[in-house]
Design a protein around this ligand. Structure first.
Ligand SMILES: Cc1cc2nc3c(=O)[nH]c(=O)nc-3n(C[C@H](O)[C@H](O)[C@H](O)COP(=O)(O)O)c2cc1C
Length: 203
């Protein structure tokens, strides 16, 4: 799958087929995770791959009872090493270790998409409960769970905010620019206006 297609077709998948994902594919996804950038290349994370049914059920309960998670073939729980990285970066290391996990997670989501697998980033859970279920030692923090499996749904793209509402130039709040960077947005607006006009004429 080419890169553009991977980016545009990725969705959060929450419904899965009852089908095992081969270990080779899971390991490709994990490998994509460690290819992500990390502060100082310190890779302050551990990945716990969970396929045990009982444990997955417990993780779903600990994730604010998101019972759809039970249907995923695997959960990849990404834990950050909060202590080790502080030796290099002091208090800022805590932020870096979370950011490292998020980047690894995004690489995994994209790799899963490229392999026609479904995945979802889960951030809502009770840290203590996840630590207990997976015997995560002190100093490590569960940051993200990636659910993984063969998709049994094809959600459409969730609406995104318009780029022009999110981008400033040279300083915060400055939206002005001589040459518009958002021709596509403009085209979409033009087409919408045109459709409205046609509809008005017809009625
Ligand atoms: C930090 C973060 C936390 C998230 N937590 C959850 C979660 O707990 N449960 C869930 O179903 N989806 C969760 N998501 C997925 C988002 O809901 C999803 O990415 C968003 O609605 C956009 O949909 P899309 O991924 O299909 O483009 C989370 C995503 C992020 C980035």
């Amino acid at each position: 799958m080419d890169f553009k297609r991977v980016i545009s077709s990725r969705r959060s998948i929450r419904k899965y087929l009852d089908k095992e994902v081969p270990w080779e594919l899971i390991s490709e996804i994990l490998d994509a995770g460690i290819k992500a950038p990390s502060a100082g290349n310190i890779q302050s994370y551990k990945f716990i791959v969970v396929t045990d049914k009982k444990k997955k059920d417990e993780i779903a309960v600990a994730s604010l009872k998101q019972s759809w998670m039970k249907g995923a073939h695997a959960h990849i729980v990404i834990c950050s090493d909060k202590e080790d990285i502080k030796k290099f970066y002091g208090e800022r290391g805590s932020l870096y270790s979370t950011q490292n996990c998020a980047l690894a997670a995004e690489n995994m989501l994209l790799k899963a998409t490229s392999l026609s697998l479904g995945a979802c980033f889960v951030g809502a859970f009770d840290d203590k409960a996840i630590k207990r279920i997976l015997k995560v030692p002190n100093g490590f923090k569960p940051e993200i769970t990636i659910t993984l499996g063969y998709p049994d749904e094809r959600p459409s793209l969730r609406k995104r905010m318009a780029l022009e509402n999110l981008v400033f130039f040279d300083e915060y709040g400055n939206k002005k620019r001589d040459i518009s960077l958002f021709p596509l947005e403009k085209q979409v607006k033009k087409v919408k206006k045109l459709i409205k006009k046609i509809k008005k004429k017809k009625s």
